[in-house]
Structures are given as structure tokens and as C-alpha cells.
Design a binder for this molecule. Structure first.
Ligand SMILES: Cc1cc2nc3c(=O)[nH]c(=O)nc-3n(C[C@H](O)[C@H](O)[C@H](O)COP(=O)(O)OP(=O)(O)OC[C@H]3O[C@@H](n4cnc5c(N)ncnc54)[C@H](O)[C@@H]3O)c2cc1C
Length: 404
């Protein structure tokens, strides 16, 4: 138990990306700050971000890259500020078509830069301390698995439910409920989808470019087919909608357009031209080049045509079928691969209960929420770390103002 009567200005629950940014900003302003985390090191999850490279921001930045049940007009383009923050910590970056990574291409550069700054600012760390409760009685009392901490303000930066092995818990939502701050439904996002579709028997292992549509939501990129489902950038992008529909038992099929660069009419014309130019070719060799060859095989077989059929034997109805199956290849899905496999949690502490110009809870003065625990999730591309930074900065500015 913590026997000294130290009262921190701010106790931060969670030493992940948002908690670390907040702690650094507050300590630089001279506030007495501590960070609690259930892990034995700070920023454990950062190591796994961006496939070990940490895509920490993006030059295309606006509220349109984020989802929430609330208005996000307060989100502006701050990617240069984030780059500068890390540059000051000694991290030079690389720009890959607008996606920013540390120049080393190693996520550990980001984690270690944050850790080094936390150390040099003498921020107290309570690691291997799982926060179990927070109470308020003139000051806040934060109870962990090992100690009790007193603080004038508390900021909950405990993240979502994703990637449990890297450190996650329900504590943020539990505290919101305790202090009567509304929360929304939660669903895994940026996650692969489960499927038993028969097509996966032949497509497993294939990576094919295409446009993936789920209900009204579409995204283009490389789709990865596995024996038990589909993943890849476009699948991840639409996964949050599947996640919420799974909760509501309202799942629908996925549609894949393997040839998104041609309209149906253009594709029909293109196929007809090819067929008429080389009548003695087999259907499979005639279609080479339109998209991934395994996808072509699937589309041909779905159109009930044998792969060695000569194109001279095919009629307009066959061409119509081919066009339909190339442009609207259906994969039935059973849901997402769940929180443990997801990169981010969609939904969370409802912004309707939070002042978005300070990140303070409306129902409890001095209690703040930042990062993924809030009902804001971004698409792939550095947006979730940007949100963690943005919300930490908003809270830091307010805390510095009110504590000074
Ligand atoms: C595999 C993977 C790859 C990703 N890649 C990217 C990427 O490249 N770019 C991007 O923008 N986003 C990426 N993300 C998402 C991004 O990492 C998160 O959105 C971001 O880290 C959220 O920051 P946060 O501070 O809110 O939460 P977190 O970083 O999750 O930090 C929360 C902290 O709270 C601690 N904690 C939780 N409960 C308790 C408790 N009860 N007591 C004490 N401590 C607790 C956790 O241990 C953790 O350290 C990725 C996520 C994953 C899983």
C-alpha cells in the first residue's frame, strides 16, 4: 500500500499512447503526475502497431476519417503537430504516401522515446498495477491491485477491449457507469471476418485487389482470403459495421468487385472484344490480366463454365454471368474475429457525457476520459493514434489551465 500522503495533481489510468502523451504534456507544465498500468512496461501496445512499424499519423486528416455517435467537428488537421511532438523527442519520420512512420521503421522507437521522456520528467509510474476502482470525496482515490493513490484529478486513458494480450480491461466503461456517464454499444473494429463460405476452400492463401462492400459501406484494396475468413485493408475498414450488426443479429453478405476499374458495361465490351479477337482461346487464358488468376477461376466456375471451354462456344448469357460474378462476388460471413483480434474498439464512453473542448466528464468534475475508451474510432492509417494524441492534448490544455 502507498503509505505516503502524496496527492498528485493528476493520476492517469493507463500508460498507453494517450496516457503517455498526456503525462508528458502535464509534467512539462510542472504538474505532479503519475501513470498506472496493468502491464510491466509503458506503451506495450505501441510495439504491435502498424505491423511493428507504428503508423502514428497521416497527412490526410479531418473528422471524416473517424466514426462516432456524436459530432466530431472539433477534430482538425493536427498531423504536423504530432510529427513535431515526436521530432522533439528525437524521432524523425518517414512519409509513405501520407502515412507517417518513425524513420527507423520500428514501433519501438516511438515507445522508447515516450518512455525516455517520462523518465526524464520524473513522472511516477505504478506499473503492474491494475486499477480496479476510482472514488471521489474532495480528492480522488484510485485503487489498484497493489496500492491506493490520491489525486486532485483523474484521467481515464485505459483504451478499449481490443487485443487483450497487449493489455486491456473494462475499467474505463465501469468507471463511466459508476459516475453516470453514458456509454454506447461496443464492437470490434479493424478486424478480419469469419466465414465458412465454400469459395474459401479454393481461395485460401490468395491476396487479390478488389472493392469490398458491406451494405452501404465500400472500401478498395488488397483482400486476403484465409481458410476461415477474409481480411486485409478493405475488409478491416468495413469490419466495424459487421461488428455492430453481429450484436444486433442483422448480418448481411459481403460483395466483392474484382474489377472495380471498369463499369459493368465496359467489362462486358472488353470481354466481348477479347472473345472475338481470339476465338480459339480457352476462357481461362482469355481472361488473364483482369484480376487475380485464382479469382478468375472462381468467377468462371461460379458462372458454370469449364475453364478449358473455348470462348467461341460462349454466348451473351455466359458473358452476362461472368460480368455479374466479377462485379458482385458474394462471400457469406458469420461475424468478426472478435475483440482479441481487433485493432480498435468501436463505441465507448459517449461524448454526449463529455465536454469535447476539455475531455472532462459532465457529471463529475475533475474526471477526464481520453483515447480509445471514448466513442471515437478511426479507419486504418494512423488515425487511432492520432485520436489518442488529439484527445490527450485537449485534456492537457484544460488540466494545465485549471491546475496552474
Ligand atoms: C495490433 C494493433 C495494431 C495497431 N496499429 C495501429 C497503427 O499502426 N496506427 C494507429 O493509429 N493505430 C493502431 N492501432 C490502434 C492503437 O494502438 C490504439 O487505438 C491506441 O493505442 C489507443 O490508445 P489509448 O491510449 O487510448 O489506449 P492503449 O494504447 O490501449 O492504452 C491503454 C492502456 O491502459 C492500460 N490499462 C487497461 N486497463 C487497465 C487497468 N484496469 N489498470 C491499469 N491499466 C490499464 C493498458 O495496459 C494500456 O497500456 C493498433 C492496434 C493494435 C492492437
Amino acid at each position: 500500500m502507498n503509505t505516503d500522503e502524496k496527492i498528485y495533481d493528476v493520476c492517469i489510468v493507463g500508460a498507453g499512447f494517450s496516457g503517455l502523451v498526456l503525462a508528458i504534456k502535464l509534467a512539462r507544465a510542472g504538474l505532479l503526475v503519475c501513470l498506472c498500468d496493468l502491464n510491466r512496461i509503458v506503451g506495450r501496445k505501441i510495439l504491435s502497431t502498424g505491423n511493428g512499424r507504428c503508423n502514428f499519423t497521416n497527412s490526410r486528416m479531418s473528422k471524416d476519417y473517424f466514426y462516432s455517435n456524436s459530432d466530431l467537428s472539433f477534430i482538425t488537421d493536427n498531423h504536423q503537430e504530432i510529427r513535431n511532438f515526436f521530432k522533439e523527442l528525437g524521432v524523425f519520420d518517414r512519409d509513405f504516401d501520407g502515412y507517417y512512420y518513425p524513420y527507423t521503421n520500428q514501433a519501438k522507437t516511438i515507445r522508447e522515446a515516450l518512455e525516455k521522456e517520462v523518465d526524464s520528467l520524473n513522472i511516477d509510474l505504478y506499473l503492474d498495477n491494475r486499477v480496479t476502482d476510482v472514488d471521489y470525496n474532495n480528492v480522488f482515490t484510485v485503487t489498484t491491485s497493489r496500492t491506493v493513490i490520491k489525486a486532485k484529478k483523474v484521467c481515464v486513458a485505459s483504451g478499449g477491449l481490443s487485443a487483450a494480450t497487449l493489455g486491456s480491461s473494462k475499467v474505463g466503461y465501469k468507471l463511466a457507469n459508476k459516475f453516470k456517464i453514458p456509454t454506447t454499444k461496443l464492437a470490434p473494429s479493424l478486424v478480419g471476418l469469419k466465414s465458412n463460405d465454400i469459395c474459401l476452400k479454393d481461395l485460401a492463401g490468395v491476396r487479390a485487389v478488389g472493392n469490398v462492400t458491406y451494405k452501404d459501406h465500400s472500401c478498395e484494396g488488397e483482400i486476403q482470403f484465409n481458410k476461415d475468413g477474409i481480411s486485409g485493408y478493405p475488409v478491416m475498414c468495413i469490419s466495424r459495421f459487421v461488428g455492430f450488426d453481429e450484436l444486433d443479429k442483422a448480418l448481411s453478405d459481403i460483395r466483392i468487385d474484382f474489377i472495380p476499374y471498369l463499369t459493368n458495361e465496359q467489362l462486358k465490351e472488353e470481354i466481348k472484344n477479347r472473345f472475338s479477337k481470339n476465338q480459339n482461346q480457352s476462357i481461362l487464358s482469355s481472361l488473364v490480366g483482369f484480376c487475380n488468376e485464382k479469382a478468375i477461376e472462381q468467377v468462371v466456375s461460379l458462372s458454370r463454365i469449364y475453364g478449358d471451354t473455348l470462348v467461341s462456344k460462349l454466348d451473351d448469357e455466359d458473358i452476362e454471368n461472368l460480368v455479374y460474378n466479377f462485379k458482385c462476388f458474394i462471400v457469406s460471413i458469420n461475424g468478426t474475429k472478435g475483440f482479441d483480434s481487433s485493432q480498435v474498439t468501436a463505441g465507448g464512453v459517449d461524448l454526449s457525457g463529455i465536454y469535447t473542448d476539455t475531455m472532462e466528464a459532465m457529471n463529475q468534475k475533475g474526471l477526464y476520459f481520453i483515447g480509445e475508451v471514448l466513442d471515437v474510432d478511426g479507419i486504418c492509417g494512423g488515425y487511432n493514434l492520432t485520436w489518442a494524441y488529439t484527445s490527450a492534448t485537449i485534456a492537457a490544455n484544460d488540466l494545465i489551465k485549471v491546475m496552474k
